[in-house]
Design a protein around this ligand. Structure first.
Ligand SMILES: Nc1ncnc2c1ncn2[C@@H]1O[C@H](COP(=O)(O)OP(=O)(O)O)[C@@H](O)[C@H]1O
Ligand SMILES: [Mg+2]
Length: 320
């Protein structure tokens, strides 16, 4: 349903003097597919480019090169005006339910705002009806319509944010660390709600998270990102049980350690290198337990395995 081809997103940082500006290639040559009605989990350490990829798909950051297709229609070439109908189809739920809801708007205004923008012909009664229907779906009462965001807990606010996104009947929802700010028990109920809504409304999710346990629970497919590149993609069970890339293997083996379950950072030998100075060849070679000379100089090739699974590695691990 959504496809990116050789997508590159570059930020410039540093002094405004052009000769001092540095290029940060936050998303590097990313080609990925998200299937209709499925959840693609996007994992990787902090700073590897997950949010930037999500924002590029949402049209919130300019892309340097490559393309993005929604239902086979190229959306990366659209002007701001042409983006309006696409915006309805691709919605977002951000991490922080405190800053993502306007404190001066009532819950009714927050949820109906998108309807008013995208369906200017709808009358007030119909809008009320749609808002009530979606509130019911996210297990909130219509009694809250005239209240303000500050009156609600984090979990309730995230339900409101979900209602705001889903009232427009999108095809794809980008969830960027959507439950990371919630406590564990609230996380579980919001995740289960997202799962239920997915099958009820035939949604697709791009589920971005550093929490491997949650990604493991919610995803159908998983993409693993490292310093801007997707280094492995596959259906969940194959990718976790039979990883082809040494990074994927290390990432998921550390997540199975219950002590690490809540940690922001994944435990892998060595520090993640700076995006400003990515290692040549395979970006992972400086931390890879099986790196050889070729890994230090040549970018790894794409290696396909069963199904639609693939990895970028000079020495992918074989089936055992
Ligand atoms: N607006 C920005 N300007 C410059 N650099 C940015 C900006 N946003 C993110 N970056 C950099 O791009 C890289 C990827 O960031 P991000 O996509 O937020 O990663 P993640 O979501 O995986 O933590 C990081 O090195 C980050 O510092
Ligand atoms: Mg992020």
């Amino acid at each position: 349903m959504l496809e990116t081809k050789n997508l590159n997103v570059v930020y410039t940082s540093g002094s405004s003097l052009s000769f001092k500006k540095k290029r940060i290639v936050a998303v590097e040559d990313v080609s990925l597919k998200i299937q209709k009605g499925k959840t693609l989990g996007l994992v990787g350490e902090s700073g590897c480019g997950k949010s930037t990829l999500g924002r590029a798909i949402l049209g919130l950051v300019p892309i340097e090169s490559g393309s993005i297709f929604l239902d086979e229609e190229p959306i990366h070439e659209k002007s701001r005006k042409e983006w309006l109908p696409i915006r309805k189809k691709i919605q977002v739920i951000f991490q922080d339910p405190y800053s993502s809801l306007n404190p001066r708007m009532t819950i009714e205004e927050i949820i109906s705002e998108g309807l008013i923008v995208h369906f200017p012909g709808l009358n007030k009664l119909k809008i009320r009806e749609l808002v009530a229907t979606i509130l019911n779906k996210v297990n909130l009462s219509t009694n809250i319509l005239q209240r303000y965001p500050h009156e609600f807990s984090g979990g309730q606010r995230q339900r409101i944010a979900i209602a705001r996104a889903l009232v427009l009947e999108p095809e794809l929802v980008v969830c960027d660390e959507a439950v990371s700010a919630l406590d564990i028990s609230t996380q579980a109920s919001v995740i289960n709600l997202l799962k239920e809504l997915k099958s009820m409304l035939n949604l697709s999710y791009l589920f971005i998270s550093h929490d491997l346990g949650i990604v493991r629970y919610i995803s159908d497919f998983i993409a693993v990102m490292y310093l801007g590149r997707i280094i492995e993609y596959g259906n969940k069970n194959d990718l976790i049980n039979n990883p082809k890339h040494p990074y994927t293997k290390a990432l998921f083996s550390s997540s199975f350690d219950i002590k690490n379950r809540d940690k922001e950072r994944v435990v892998i030998k060595g520090e993640i290198p700076s995006v400003l100075d990515k290692p040549k060849g395979c970006h992972f070679h400086t931390r890879c337990p099986i790196a050889k000379d070729i890994c230090r100089v040549e970018s790894p090739p794409k290696v396909d395995s069963e199904g639609d699974n693939w990895t970028f590695c000079h020495f992918p691990m074989s089936n055992k």
